[in-house]
Design a protein around this ligand. Structure first.
Ligand code: RIB
Length: 297
């Protein structure tokens, strides 16, 4: 069985459904509200587990009520949680999400996620050494992102860096990743470049192989040569929250099949994920991805 280790955030998502996004100082009537389990790290762990991988999550929760609910939700997905620490006198991470017009806006309060530390990685080194891939995003301290890249590189475990939310990074770190998986905006920020620049040019400037996501236009992958395009799968979008997380998880799970196959399956999984509400609502199981691929073969 493929073994994936995810280093990342765990959040409670506070989701407001709205007819449109509000402006500064404005109040409008929303259409609905729900709390759902999220966080980029936790979402990627859940997506990988649903796609059939054995998953270990390295993260942190607060000692509040959300912390227990989030823990129980992850346990029910079969994710190994012995490397998720519980931080005393600390809130769990939250994400205030507005869903409107098929898009979302998100404000994250990291709280306990800010305690995910390089020391936790050291404690999990044996697990990481036996992993087929290591997934990391940027809702945790950057020193832990760097430590993940360095450890994966030293152990020979491929690291997939999902640089979200986008922040400038030392280019040296990017060289330690097997793949970096930004969207165009994130790639521009990583490189300190203009986001209006042609994405192919941005990809050429990256110091590491890039798998670039472009929503409904699909994904591009490659290094310094002309990138290869994988078109998206056409679906009706209900909520795009968590699509990137599903994409990254599928990429890690199917990486052993080679990059073209992994990217195709990642696009299929991400497409299915946006057809239901909530970051994990539409997150598919392996059989769902296989059925979509069979229908569109
Ligand atoms: O990628 C989606 C996730 O981003 C949400 O679940 C939210 O928690 C934020 O971390």
């Amino acid at each position: 069985m493929t073994h994936i280790v995810v280093v990342g955030s765990i959040n409670m998502d506070l989701v407001t459904l709205s007819p449109r996004f509000v402006g500064p100082g404005e109040t409008i009537l929303g259409e609905g509200f729900l709390t759902t389990h999220g966080g980029k790290g936790a979402n990627q762990a859940v997506a990988a587990a649903r796609l059939g991988a054995e998953v270990t999550l390295i993260g942190a929760l607060g000692d509040d009520a959300f912390g227990q609910q989030l823990h129980d939700g992850l346990a029910s997905e079969g994710i190994a949680l012995e490397h998720v620490q519980r931080v005393a006198n600390c809130a769990s991470g939250t994400a205030s999400i507005t869903v409107a017009e098929g898009e979302n806006q998100i404000i994250i309060v990291p709280a306990a996620n800010w305690h995910v530390s390089p020391a936790q990685l050291a404690q999990a080194e044996a697990k990481i050494a036996s992993a087929d891939a290591l997934l990391v995003q940027m809702e945790i301290p950057l020193e832990t992102v760097e430590a993940t890249l360095r450890l994966g590189h030293r152990l020979g475990v491929p690291v997939i860096l999902n640089p979200a939310p986008a922040q400038p990074l030392q280019l040296e770190w990017l060289k330690l990743a097997r793949y970096v998986t930004p969207n165009q905006h994130e790639l521009a920020i990583l490189l300190g470049a203009d986001s209006q620049q042609d994405f192919r040019e941005l990809m050429r400037r990256a110091p590491c192989p890039v798998v670039l996501t472009r929503g409904a236009e699909g994904a591009w992958f490659g290094d310094n040569s002309e990138p290869t395009h994988q078109p998206s799968f056409k679906v009706e979008v209900v909520d795009s929250t968590g699509a990137g997380d599903t994409f990254n998880a599928a990429l890690a799970v199917f990486l052993h099949e080679g990059l073209p196959s992994a990217v195709r399956k990642a696009c299929a999984a991400a497409a299915l994920s946006v057809t239901k509400l909530g970051a994990r609502g539409g997150m598919p199981y392996r059989r769902d991805v296989e059925a979509l691929l069979a229908r569109t073969a």
